[in-house]
Design a protein around this ligand. Structure first.
Ligand code: CA
Length: 360
């Protein structure tokens, strides 16, 4: 009797195992998903567009073709600044962009791309993955039917291209500059006029005098747009974008429709691209800087310390005001700010001290 019970139970167990493990995976193996990825970048744009391409390629390959992601450049399916709405509504299943473009949707999105005098790429990833940042980002995007993921980082950017020298804060007064997000608000406080213009329109805007100055990313991307042909002075450092995170956003119902393994593949691909992009930028910026300076005779200039000090003071004000806009912004600010204080101490003993030592 006992032996028969055992056999019966074992048999029943095998059937259960078969039905829960084998059948669904066979169903999943047959289900193919066709996704659209809309992006805020010109198609194939170095670093950003190619980062989006890599993300799609990795998802296609890692899923063995079970998810086929087609990438659309800015304006191909929707304009650059409609990526958020398109993915939120499910017009596209995925998007690749920068979270600060969506400050009109929720002010706190800006904490997830670039905060002036905020976190470097390494520190930002630490906050997102191990400091509570990712959980807050998911909470912020949930009402929009979106799941966010970090999917790229530019590293420290350049302060930008100017058609005149910046010797003091007075030189920022009346300056019409393309500078999005919180950095733009800081420039406004310093007396300038910030504008948000999509990357693809920058060169013409600067060349025709619609704007007096622009920031974009760094040598690699700025060279690709030919910005050195439209302005003379190239300033550093990118105080406003010390390590900008690029985002992947995924339409929530589309994500939830996927079996667990494909969900994991999508998120793992985002994480891989997040690391790939910063490596790509670090390598290419060196080469492009050399070309800009030695081939095109670009004038590299550091922003004067007193200009940076003023911009830093204004940044603290602007970020605090953002925090006071709504409870969610305050919650994210508190986490971000606490992390920045802690990590600053460690970074000054590690990265900063080492870089200083290496330069001796
Ligand atoms: Ca930028």
């Amino acid at each position: 009797m006992k032996r028969r019970d055992f056999i019966n139970k074992a048999g029943a167990g095998a059937v259960i195992a078969g039905s829960t493990l084998l059948t669904p995976s066979l169903v999943h193996a047959k289900t193919k998903y066709k996704w659209k990825m809309v992006t805020a970048w010109p198609k194939n744009f170095p670093g950003l567009g190619t980062g989006a391409n890599l993300l799609a390629k990795m998802i296609n390959e890692m899923s063995d073709g079970r998810i086929k992601v087609k990438v659309y450049g800015a304006g191909e399916l929707v304009p650059a600044f409609e990526v958020f709405d398109a993915v939120s509504k499910g017009t596209a299943q995925m998007g690749h962009s920068g979270a600060y473009y969506w400050k009109g949707k929720a002010a706190a999105t800006q904490f997830f791309s670039a905060v002036p005098f905020g976190l470097t790429a390494q520190e930002m990833n630490a906050w997102l993955y191990y400091g509570g940042g990712m959980e807050l980002w998911r909470e912020l995007y949930a009402p929009f039917n979106l799941i966010p993921a970090a999917a790229g980082n530019s590293g420290v950017q350049m302060a930008g291209w100017f058609n005149k020298e910046i010797k003091s804060v007075d030189d920022l007064k009346g300056l019409k500059m393309r500078i999005p997000g919180l950095g733009g608000e800081v420039l406004r406080r310093a007396g300038g006029t910030p504008l948000t213009i999509a990357g693809g329109e920058l060169f013409t805007a600067l060349q025709t005098g619609t704007i007096d100055a622009t920031e974009w990313v760094g040598p690699y991307n700025d060279l690709a747009f030919g910005l050195h042909k439209a302005a003379k002075y190239y300033y550093y450092p990118g105080w406003h974008e010390p390590g900008s995170t690029m985002e992947a956003m995924i339409n929530k119902p589309a994500f939830e429709e996927l079996p667990k393994d494909l969900q994991s593949i999508v998120l793992a691909a985002c994480k891989a691209v997040n690391m790939d992009m910063i490596s790509n930028y670090t390598a290419r910026n060196n080469q492009a800087l050399d070309t800009l300076v030695n081939k095109h005779g670009v004038k590299l200039m550091p922003l004067p310390d007193d200009v940076l000090k003023t911009l830093k003071q204004l940044s603290e004000e602007v970020v605090l005001e953002l925090a006071n806009k709504d409870p969610m912004s305050m919650k994210i600010y508190t986490s971000f700010n606490q992390f920045r204080s802690q990590v600053s101490q460690w970074s000054s003993l590690s990265e900063q001290a080492f870089l200083k030592a290496r330069a001796l």
